[in-house]
Design a binder for this molecule. Structure first.
Ligand code: PMP
Length: 287
């Protein structure tokens, strides 16, 4: 992915894509001192841009470091990155991390770096499979107890088990994995939040210990505006037997219907497909 044309915003300057490199002794690489965002531009507008920039700053604070740019500066840099690359429909990836100024578990003499890349990425899951509902397996790994990690941050370190779970799922022919939390309740997929449908209402896990998805919040508001009840609560895996629909939400995944979680089957219905369409309209300012 490093060998392509384009420009990457790197510590306040644009550098050619191939030259946007960090040293092998980068603190973030050794100790996971890295936070990031994932956002999309639709028709020239980045959806919920400021919410993403604010979350990036907050994720860094949760890891005890401060990004040396304001939310407004990060917003502007994201827009400039898209413009510089001539993109109007794309995915944007800001990443902030501690550099190679020192190599020690301590971060006292490390500097915070910020890079922003953008590229065309039409669909996170196969668009054809998406309509029928993607297949998930249960992840072997659980989301950590919030007392063992800053679990609400969008921090690279928290993705170690996501990468392992997603890769294992793909090797077995699944699109993704659904993870439980440390207590054994349903948490989220490896890069998206999860919703279920029962008797016309949406049910979704609490997010005080996992990533509070910006798409999740958007979908909750859209559903409530349609008069759909949204129940935020602890969900046990065996409850999946009583749900009729399931879908994932995320900036990359958007609204993705789920057809299977392990042995449980779902048929994407009115709510999943309706919210999928509405979300597609909302992000393009057509709702
Ligand atoms: N959970 C995880 C683990 C994620 O990586 C993502 C994607 N950022 C989400 C949830 C959804 O968050 P958002 O809707 O803000 O993209």
């Amino acid at each position: 992915f490093d060998d392509r044309d384009g420009w990457i915003w790197f510590d306040g300057e644009f550098v050619p894509w191939r030259e946007a490199k960090t040293h092998v002794l980068t603190h973030g690489l050794h100790y996971g001192s890295s936070v990031f965002e994932g956002e999309r531009m639709y028709g020239g507008e980045i959806f919920k841009l400021t919410a993403h920039s604010q979350r990036l700053k907050r994720s860094a604070e949760l890891l005890d470091f401060e990004i040396p740019y304001s939310v407004a500066e990060i917003d502007a840099a994201c827009k400039e990155t898209c413009a510089r690359n001539g993109l109007i429909d794309c995915y944007i990836r800001p990443v902030a991390y501690l550099g190679a100024e020192q190599l020690s578990v301590s971060a006292r003499n490390s500097k915070v770096h910020l890079a922003i890349a953008a590229w065309e990425w039409p669909s996170y899951f196969d668009p054809e499979v998406k309509k029928k509902g993607i297949a998930l397996e249960w992840a072997k790994w659980r989301r950590p107890d919030p007392s063992t990690a800053p679990s609400t941050a969008k921090a690279a370190g928290l993705y170690m088990i996501c990468t392992m779970s997603k890769t294992a799922a793909e090797k077995r022919g699944y699109a993704d994995a659904l993870m439980l939390d440390w207590r054994g309740y349903v948490a989220e997929a490896t890069g998206a939040n999860v919703f279920f449908v029962k008797d016309g209402a949406l049910h979704t896990p609490r997010v005080d210990h996992i990533l509070d998805g910006i798409t999740r919040q958007t979908v909750i508001e859209m559903a409530q505006a349609r008069g759909t009840e949204v129940v935020v609560r602890d969900i046990l895996p065996e409850e999946l037997a009583g749900f009729s629909e399931c879908f994932l939400t995320g900036s990359a995944a958007e609204v993705t219907p789920v057809g299977q979680v392990g042995d449980y089957r779902f048929t994407p219905g009115e709510l999943s497909l309706g919210l999928m369409d509405d979300y597609g309209k909302l992000v393009r300012g057509q709702l």
